[in-house]
Design a protein around this ligand. Structure first.
Ligand code: PNS
Length: 167
């Protein structure tokens, strides 16, 4: 039994993420989608909300589960007996960052990373760009699973209407 993890912040999950998760599900017996917190990013949805959105989007694939994780990804892999980290690669910029993490993770515990080239139609899509386009009033529905664009737009409006730190 080979178990893989697809880790990410998924804020929000995009069609690009789902393409990688579906392909990993074809390659491995089980896929765990692990929602982590990227310390360098401000989030739109809470980690729990992101899990809920992923559970809905991944419901067609019975071999895929979704969970939160904290701490080191390699520790999560060891606890869950996960042998492979599966990640999508969109560009050379992704590669530089991902290679560094893959090498660090392999050095820490020996867990290997497999890169899946992103499907060309999603290669320009990222959660951060989706958030930016939504904040500026653009249509993000083509990049998201059905129904999620409405939730992104209402969350953006909610955040905009919140009083700032000064009240
Ligand atoms: O979607 P992202 O923002 O690229 O996801 C990044 C994430 C959460 C997968 C990455 O930051 C991560 O693996 N964090 C866990 C902490 C960790 O193990 N850090 C050392 C990485 S070598």
């Amino acid at each position: 039994m080979t178990r893989a993890v697809c880790p990410g912040s998924f804020d929000p999950v995009t069609q690009g993420h789902l393409d990688v998760i579906a392909r990993a599900a074809h390659l491995y017996d089980e896929v765990v989608v692990a929602v982590g917190q990227n310390m360098k990013k401000n989030s739109l949805f809470t980690p729990e909300e992101r899990v809920e959105l992923l559970l809905e989007a991944c419901s067609p694939w019975p071999e895929v589960s979704v969970t939160l994780f904290g701490g080191l990804l390699v520790d999560f892999c060891a606890e869950r007996d996960i042998q492979v980290i599966a990640k999508g690669l969109r560009s050379a910029t992704d590669f530089d960052y991902e290679l560094q993490m893959a090498q660090m993770n392999r050095t820490l515990t020996g867990v290997d990373t497999v890169f899946l080239p992103t499907a060309p139609q999603w290669s320009f899509v990222s959660s951060s760009l989706v958030r930016e386009v939504a904040i500026l009033g653009g249509d993000v529905s083509p990049f998201l699973p059905p129904g999620l664009a409405d939730r992104v737009v209402s969350r953006v409006q909610q955040v905009r209407n919140q009083p700032g730190p000064g009240g």
